[in-house]
Design a protein around this ligand. Structure first.
Ligand code: NI
Length: 229
């Protein structure tokens, strides 16, 4: 109930301060959005496999969530179509490994950083002057992993090691909405699905080589303040 009251309060405040209409987006408009972007991986991986031995039953790898400063741009080609770019400061994730039949339980396996720039073609179905501008987009994601480092918890078991994660090219889908504050400033909420598939390879000084195919396939959520140039 309190929450409902709060929400209607916010709605009333918004209705009171936001003008009813903002002018339509036009060809050449550049909308720059900055805010918090969270990458939430789906945690789906193949079993860990030991080179020369085979897959470890019941094992797998997982990746936790991370939030960074997100920067997204839309460049309008005309009133309906725009080019979208998703960029951010590097995301940093902990990777854990379920050791399955090895019987060590779940261990901290590594930390990684990645950048997932995505380019999309966006469609804005409501080209007229209005307060709400929803859009959908589809395009391509490129993800590069770096600063991979093996966790001491795993190294305690298998000796010093290195981790290598392959770069990924895949589909990017997005959905978002701009809510005009005035003719230049807008609030924005957006969500992306990124198809990020990589192969993680651990190489230990002990000679053990472990690898797994990891479908990171995250949802990325962002809440932004935006300015139209
Ligand atoms: Ni995938």
């Amino acid at each position: 109930m309190r929450r409902k009251l709060f929400m209607s309060g916010v709605l009333v405040a918004c209705t009171a301060t936001i003008p009813q209409w903002a002018s339509a987006y036009e060809a050449g408009d550049l909308i720059v959005r900055m805010g918090a972007a969270t990458v939430a991986p789906r945690e789906d991986s193949s079993a860990l496999s030991i080179a020369g031995v085979g897959a470890i039953a019941g094992s797998g790898a997982g990746v936790d969530d991370n939030t960074q400063l997100g920067i997204t741009l839309t460049y309008m080609l005309n009133r309906n179509w725009g080019l979208g770019l998703l960029a951010a400061t590097p995301f940093e994730h902990d990777v854990d490994a379920d050791t399955g039949a090895l019987g060590l339980g779940r261990v901290d396996a590594a930390s990684i950083k990645h950048l997932p720039p995505s380019l999309t073609l966006q469609y804005h179905p409501l080209p007229d002057n209005r307060r709400f501008q929803p859009y959908i987009g589809a395009g391509i994601n490129y993800t590069t992993f770096f600063s991979e480092s093996v966790d001491s918890e795993l190294e305690a078991v298998l000796g010093n090691g290195d981790l290598e994660m392959d770069d990924s090219w895949g589909l990017a889908l997005e959905m978002g909405i701009d809510v005009a504050l005035d003719d230049r400033w807008t609030l924005n909420a957006a969500i992306w699905y990124l198809d990020i598939d990589t192969e993680a390879t651990f190489e230990f000084d002990s000679g053990v080589v472990l690898d797994a195919d990891v479908d990171v396939d995250p949802l990325v959520y962002a809440v932004n303040l935006a300015y139209r140039f």
